[in-house]
Each structure stands twice: as C-alpha cells, then as structure tokens.
Write a protein that binds this ligand. Structure first.
Ligand code: NAP
Length: 307
C-alpha cells in the first residue's frame, strides 16, 4: 500500500491523496450533496471548488458538521487585484460556511495583474486568518517560479494542474518543479473529464483492466493509482454518482509498479490538454471566467428552485 495521505506542501495540513472535484456540479444538488457526503465518509476529505464553479454553497452545505474537511477554493482571474481578492475571499468563506479557507488558489493567471500583487494580497489573507495556505492553478513553470519568488512570509502549498494518463504534460515541467520545491500537485481531470472511458481508449482500458485484475482494482481505480503515484501528487476526480465516489475512494493507498506505470502510459492515446487551449486565449480568460461563473450561479439557483 502507498501512503493514502500527504502534507499539502509545507503547510502542515494533511490531505488524502484522492479528494473530490466539484466542477459542473449544481444541476442535481441532492444527488451531488449525497455524493460529497459519501466521499467524506470514505476519507476523501479534500474538496475542490472555485468561485467560477458556483458550487461553494453546495460544498459548504455538504461539509456542515465535519471538522476534518480540507476545503480548497479559487479566486476568479477578474478578482485578483488587492481589494477585490479580499472581497472575493470573504464571499467564498461566507458561502462555504467556514472560518478560513484551507487552500486558496489563483484559478488562472491574469495577464493584466502582476503575480506579485496577487500573491502579496494572498499573504495578507493568511495574516488575517482568512486563508490557511496559498496555491495557484493553470500556471506555467515560469509563472509558478515567479509566484514562489514573490512570496515573502509563506510558501506556495499547491499547484493545481491538469494531469492524467491522457494528459501528461505536467510530468515534464510542473511536477518535477513542485517535487524539487516541496509543493503539492493537485491533478485535476484525472479521468480527462470522462474521456478516459470513451471507446477511443479501448486499448488503454483493456490494459487498465488487466493491471486492475492483478490488484483487485477496477480500471478507474488503476487510473487514479497511476495519477497519484508521484510522492506529492493528489487527484481530485469529480463524481456525482455515488457508486463512482465509492469506486474512487477504493483507490486510496493503491500502488503500481514502475513496469505497470509505463505499460499503461504506452497504451494511452494522448488528448489535447485544456491548458493548450487556454494558453492562446489567456487574455480572454478573466472575462470568460466571470461570464461562466454568472451563468453557473443562475443555473444553480434554478436547480435549487429559487430561479
Ligand atoms: P474528471 O474528474 O476527470 O472526470 C469527471 C467525469 O468522470 C464525470 O463524468 C464522472 O461521472 C466520471 N467519473 C467519476 N468517477 C468515475 C468512475 N469511478 N468511473 C467512471 N466514471 C467516473 O473531470 P473534471 O471534473 O474535469 O476534473 C475533476 C475536478 O478537477 C473538477 O471537478 C474540478 O474540481 C477540478 N478542475 C480544476 C480545473 C482548474 O482550472 N483548476 C479545471 C478542471 C477541473 P459522474 O459525475 O456521473 O459520477
């Protein structure tokens, strides 16, 4: 068995190597509420949300009464200036119903705001007791290095980046950088948004099944075990279906051999990483993200019957 828990960077915060994502939740709040509760019960105590997902209220409700949840949320790129970040953080705290955010991340870099300004504002949020640790997401290695050097009093605890058998770019840049600097990697879309299970991946799926048979694991569990094999790598699959949640929790502590790891990677047909799509349109990201968040808030109000 591999370690099922790790430390978030050097923050002292202990997290399971498999947590839960919540992007694209909100349309079926009762089902999703039950899924998050079940994941918590099974030990996936790290829950990832964001202003942009409009799922902070749902996450807050699902975590009510749990004292060991670790909540990660992210600030929209349009709220990255000193004053707006403090307001955004207080709003997230109110929606989540917590005293402080365990991990507060920059969702995407905003080319109009210096990394130094945002990171400085995040340090003040830690000083004020509103945030326990700082992270970034969708940063290149160069931008991450800039953030690391902009910090004066605290460390970057985590970098959230796309990483799965189908999208492995992080293995060539972000992951080695984070390992060298003791920063946790939070691997998002570990199932490549469900594409891992598509017919196109039949060859990979048959190998996942073959490796799984040797360990008593399912294909999905082996894919998660592959993703979290690095010492500081944590995966945050999203599952609204409670049977998926149970299956994912079953991969906590799983370990594959080096041979199995490369046998699987050899069979994967790579998918274009989302970061490559965001890259060229990065100037549009702040306004796109705000528009997306507004649309999600409206959709969630309607699903909750308040719309
Ligand atoms: P994902 O976790 O790769 O895939 C989610 C899909 O896989 C859903 O359709 C889900 O179905 C299905 N699934 C989950 N467990 C399964 C299982 N055991 N067997 C078969 N299917 C399974 O996709 P994701 O939502 O993109 O990524 C996960 C989380 O990462 C997000 O929710 C979000 O929190 C975070 N994220 C962050 C960023 C960022 O910019 N920082 C970007 C993307 C994602 P059901 O829902 O029906 O169970």
């Amino acid at each position: 068995m591999a370690a099922a828990w790790t430390e978030l960077g050097r923050s002292g915060i202990r997290v399971p190597k498999i947590g839960m994502g919540t992007w694209r939740m909100g349309a079926r709040p009762d089902t999703e509420f039950a899924a998050i509760r079940e994941g918590m019960r099974l030990g996936m105590k790290l829950v990832d949300t964001a202003e942009a997902y409009a799922t902070e209220r749902l996450v807050g409700r699902a975590l009510e009464g749990s004292h060991d949840a670790v909540v990660a949320t992210k600030v929209l790129p349009s709220h990255m200036r000193r004053d707006s970040i403090a307001k955004a953080c207080r709003r997230s705290i109110a929606l989540l119903g917590v005293r402080a955010v365990d991990l507060y991340m920059v969702h995407w870099p905003n080319p109009k705001v210096s990394i130094g300004e945002t990171i400085g504002a995040m340090e003040r949020l830690v000083d004020a007791g509103l945030v326990r640790s700082i992270g970034v997401s969708n940063f290149s290695t160069h931008q991450l290095d800039e953030a690391v050097h902009a910090l004066k009093r605290y460390d970057i605890a985590a970098c959230e980046t796309e990483y799965s058998l189908l999208v492995r770019d992080a293995a060539r840049g972000i992951i080695p950088y984070c390992t060298r600097n003791r920063i946790s990697v939070i691997a998002y879309s570990p199932f490549c948004r469900g594409r891992l299970f598509a017919p196109r991946q039949a060859h990979l799926l048959s190998r996942l099944g073959e490796v799984g048979a040797a360990h008593g694991m399912t294909a999905a569990q082996v894919a998660l075990a592959w993703t979290i094999s690095g010492p500081g790598v944590i995966a945050i699959p999203k599952a609204s279906d409670v049977s998926h949640v149970r299956e994912n929790a079953g991969a906590l502590g799983a370990r594959l051999s080096r041979r199995e790891m490369s046998y699987l990677a050899e069979a994967a047909l790579s998918e274009r990483p989302i970061a490559n799509i965001i890259g060229p349109t990065v100037k549009l990201v702040p306004s796109l993200a705000s528009a997306y968040a507004a649309a999600m808030r409206l959709r969630n109000r309607k699903s909750a019957g308040h719309g």
